[in-house]
Design a protein around this ligand. Structure first.
Ligand SMILES: Cc1cc2nc3c(=O)[nH]c(=O)nc-3n(C[C@H](O)[C@H](O)[C@H](O)COP(=O)(O)OP(=O)(O)OC[C@H]3O[C@@H](n4cnc5c(N)ncnc54)[C@H](O)[C@@H]3O)c2cc1C
Length: 459
C-alpha cells in the first residue's frame, strides 16, 4: 500500500504560486512539497496526479481565488474530496476540500448542511439520534457532494430516488470564480446535480434527510456454483417487489486479502444485497424465496439500524487501486442474465472484482431535479487497477458492459464513468435533454473551460 500511495503524485515544473498564496487563507503547496501526497491521497490509489499546485480550501473565498488564479494562468482546476474517483489530474491546479468538513443536522427541517469534504458516514452518524438518515450510496466512505453531483444511485433508491433528488440548496463557485447560492429552480443548481464539477465547484450543500431509523436488509453470499440459479431467481423476484425494497446482485471475485471475511476470501461468490423498509417479519417473508433458491454460504440479512447501511453492499473501506464502469439498462430479461453469466460467470478468470446488476428505478424515475440520467436498472463493474493491468482492466470492463448492449438505456450513471468509460461513450452521462441543459449552463458559468467539463466529455 505504501508503495502505491507514494506513486500517486509526481512533480510537474513549478509555477509561481505567490499571488495565489496571498489570496488564499488555507495552505497552498507546490507540487514537490512533502505535504502534497497526504493531502490528495484518498480511497483510490490508482490515479497518478501531477498538479501544478494544491490549494487546501477553507471557505468559498479560497475556492474562488483558486479558480480565478487558474483562469488567469490558463490552467484547469480539479477538485478532490475523499479521492474515490479514478481520474488522474495532470497539469491542473487541485482544490482539496477536506477542510470543508461542516456537518450540521437540523432536525426541524430534516436537513443536513455539509461542507464539500464531508463523507456520508459523518452525516449518518449525526442524523441517527433524531431517527433520520441520509440517502447514501453503497459506501458511506464516499463524499456527499461527489455522490450527489454524480446523481447518486444507492441501496434506498427505489423508495427515495437519487442522491441528487435530495439536495435543497448549494453554495457554488463558478468557472469565473463567482460565489453563487443556488436552490431548486435555478439552472446552475440543476446543472450541478448530475454535472459533477462541469459547471461549478460546490463549497456547501444542504440535503434532505429521511425518517428511517431501522431497515431489514444486509447481504447474503452464495457459492459460485449456485450463480445461474440465484441470478435467474433474483430476476424473477426483484420484478415483483414494491418500492419499499431495493435489491441488487453481484458476482464477486473476492480478493485474497485480510479485509475479506475468511469463508469468502479468494473465492468467487454471488452477493445478494437487500434493503427493505418495513417490519422484519414482512422483510423475512419477502426474502424467503431467495433464501430457498440455494443454501447461502453466509446470511447476514437482519433488522438493522440505519447507521448500518454499509452492511448491504459490504464495500471495502481500506484504500485500494480501483476502477469503475457501468451503464444504465432499460430492462433485465432471462436473456440478459444468460448473457451476463456467459461473459462474467464464475467459469471465467477475469481481472474484475464486482460485476453487478442493480435496481435503480422506482422513485428515481419520477424525479425531475438535476440533469442526471435515470433508468430502472444498471450494470456496474469494479476492478482492481493494479500496475500491469492498466490496459486490460478497461478493455475487459467495457467489454462486459457492452455485452449487455441489447438492454442498454444508452446512458451511464455519472458516478460510474471512469476516464475510459467517457472516452468510449462521450456524453453518455446524460440523456440528450440533460446534456443540452448542462452544456448551456456550462457555456455561461465556465466560458474558459477551467472546470471539469472537458474531462467529463461535455466539451
Ligand atoms: C467503494 C465505492 C463505492 C461507491 N458506491 C457508489 C454507489 O453506490 N453509487 C454511486 O452513485 N456511486 C458510487 N461510487 C462512486 C462515487 O460516488 C464517485 O466516485 C464520487 O464521485 C465520489 O466522490 P468523492 O468526493 O468521494 O470522491 P473524489 O474522488 O474526491 O471526487 C470525485 C469527483 O466528484 C466530483 N466532486 C467532488 N467534490 C466536488 C465539489 N466540491 N464540487 C463539484 N464536484 C465535486 C468531481 O467531479 C470529482 O472529480 C462508489 C465509489 C467507490 C470507490
Amino acid at each position: 500500500m505504501t508503495e502505491l500511495a507514494a506513486s500517486t503524485t509526481s512533480v510537474t515544473p513549478s509555477l509561481d504560486l505567490t499571488e495565489l498564496r496571498r489570496a488564499v487563507t488555507g495552505p497552498v503547496w507546490d507540487p514537490g512539497d512533502v505535504e502534497v501526497v497526504a493531502e490528495i491521497a484518498g480511497f483510490n490509489l490508482a490515479p497518478v496526479h501531477e498538479p501544478v499546485g494544491v490549494v487546501g480550501a477553507t471557505d468559498a473565498a479560497d475556492v474562488a481565488a483558486a479558480v480565478r488564479f487558474a483562469r488567469a494562468h490558463d490552467l484547469g482546476v480539479a477538485v478532490i474530496a475523499t479521492g474515490h474517483a479514478d481520474f488522474s489530474h495532470r497539469g491542473t491546479l487541485i482544490v482539496s476540500t477536506r477542510r470543508l468538513d461542516r456537518c450540521d443536522v437540523d432536525p426541524t427541517t430534516r436537513t443536513v448542511t455539509v461542507g464539500a469534504g464531508a463523507k456520508w458516514a459523518r452525516v449518518i452518524e449525526a442524523a441517527a439520534p433524531y431517527g433520520l438518515t441520509g440517502v447514501t450510496g453503497s459506501s458511506t466512505d464516499v463524499g456527499v457532494v461527489g455522490f450527489c453531483t454524480g446523481g447518486g444511485v444507492g441501496p434506498m433508491i427505489r423508495r427515495f430516488g437519487l442522491g441528487s433528488d435530495q439536495v435543497r440548496s448549494m453554495q457554488v463557485v463558478t468557472g469565473e470564480g463567482d460565489v453563487r447560492e443556488v436552490g431548486r429552480g435555478d439552472d446552475l443548481f440543476d446543472a450541478m446535480l448530475g454535472g459533477k464539477d462541469a459547471a461549478g465547484i460546490v463549497v456547501e450543500m444542504t440535503v434532505d434527510l429521511v425518517e428511517v431509523a431501522r431497515f431489514y436488509g444486509g447481504a447474503i453470499f452464495y457459492d459460485a456454483a449456485d450463480a445461474p440459479a440465484v441470478l435467474h431467481a433474483w430476476r424473477d423476484w426483484q420484478a415483483r417487489l414494491d418500492e419499499n425494497t431495493t435489491t441488487s446482485i453481484a458476482i464477486v471475485r473476492m480478493p485474497d486479502l485480510e479485509a475479506a471475511p475468511p469463508p469468502l476470501r479468494g473465492r468467487t461468490v454471488v452477493h445478494l444485497r437487500v434493503w427493505h423498509l418495513g417490519p422484519a417479519t414482512e422483510g423475512r417473508e419477502i426474502l424467503s424465496p431467495m433464501r430457498r433458491v440455494a443454501t447461502p454460504m453466509i446470511d447476514l440479512v437482519d433488522e438493522l439500524p440505519s447507521a448500518a447501511i454499509d452492511a448491504v453492499h459490504c464495500d471495502p473501506t481500506d484504500p485500494m487501486p480501483s476502477w469503475i464502469t457501468g451503464g444504465y439498462l432499460r430492462g433485465i430479461t432471462r436473456e440478459t442474465v444468460d448473457t451476463l453469466l456467459a461473459v462474467a460467470g464464475p467459469q471465467h478468470e477475469l481481472p474484475v472484482i464486482v460485476v453487478e446488476l442493480r435496481q435503480t428505478g422506482g422513485q428515481a424515475l419520477r424525479g425531475t431535479q438535476g440533469v442526471a440520467a435515470r433508468a430502472p436498472y444498471a450494470i456496474g463493474v469494479v476492478a482492481p487497477m493494479v500496475p500491469g493491468l492498466e490496459q486490460v482492466v478497461p478493455a475487459v470492463g467495457l467489454g462486459l458492459v457492452d455485452a449487455l448492449a441489447p438492454w442498454s438505456a444508452g446512458t451511464v450513471p455519472a458516478n460510474y464513468a471512469s476516464p475510459q468509460t467517457i472516452a468510449a461513450r462521450p456524453g453518455a452521462c446524460w440523456d440528450d435533454d440533460g446534456r443540452a441543459r448542462l452544456a448551456a449552463v456550462v457555456a455561461r458559468t465556465d466560458p474558459d473551460a477551467v472546470l471539469g467539463g472537458r474531462r467529463l466529455g461535455l466539451r
